[in-house]
Write a protein that binds this ligand. Structure first.
Ligand code: DX5
Ligand code: ZN
Length: 215
């Protein structure tokens, strides 16, 4: 599986998002990860569909929208209209039937549907969703903020899911070059990176090293 690197724009300079996207595109990014937070599901508020709409005009790369919000079913359509290519909702916020409805609606429009789960949530809870997923997003920090430390118990979760699931497994939070290798060897195929990548003075080399960090 090709390893894809997804810069998380939460760590970008929000006053100059267009140049930030270009800088990451030129450095070899494969897609952009966009963190949507509502101040309820997580203790922070970030961006909404209008920003996604502007980002859509500034890049041709896929937009991977991570909804850390309660009642995602109320907002999915506006993120679809804004130009998302992949949408993730949290296991903690939907029932299986609720997710099936969301996923069916997304697929009709050619948008990939994913589910994410927080560090305290067991990977086994994702089992029932697997037949309806295009990808899984394993949270390797407690969601809400960039720049946190990677939680190592996420690695066995990736191994567990890879033994059951052929689609993309994305991991999000605290990823640097050292952690990247361990995640790729465990079966991850998308690595989301915010603070580590945006702080790099040479993002091209950082992306290359992350992509090739597995054995
Ligand atoms: C955390 C977000 C992450 C975050 C990752 O709630 O979901 O996408 O931006 O940032 P780093 O790589 O700095 O942990
Ligand atoms: Zn995220």
């Amino acid at each position: 599986m090709k390893i894809k690197i997804a810069p998380s724009i939460l760590s970008a300079d929000f006053s100059d998002l267009k140049s930030e996207l270009k800088r990451m595109e030129k450095s070899g990014a494969d897609l952009f990860h966009i963190d949507v937070m509502d101040g309820h599901f997580v203790p922070n508020i970030t961006i909404g569909p209008v920003v996604v709409q502007s980002l859509r005009k500034s890049t041709c790369l896929p937009l991977d929208v991570h909804l850390m919000i309660e009642h995602p079913e109320k907002y999915v359509d506006s993120f679809v209209e804004a130009g998302s290519d992949m949408i993730t909702v949290h296991e903690e916020t939907v029932s299986l039937n609720g997710f099936k409805k969301i996923a069916a609606g997304l697929r009709k429009k050619g948008i990939k549907a994913g589910i994410s789960f927080n560090p305290p949530t067991a990977a086994k809870r994702i089992d029932k969703f697997l037949p309806f997923l295009d990808f899984v997003l394993v949270m390797s920090v407690n969601p809400g903020f960039g720049g946190q430390k990677f939680i190592p118990s996420s690695i066995p979760k990736v191994i567990y899911l890879r033994s059951k699931f052929k689609g993309d497994i994305s991991v999000d939070g605290g990823i640097n070059e050292e952690v990247a290798g361990r995640l790729i060897n465990a079966g991850a195929s998308i690595l989301v990176s915010g603070s580590y990548l945006f702080k790099s003075k040479t993002p091209k080399f950082t992306i290359e090293r992350m992509r090739n960090a597995g054995i």
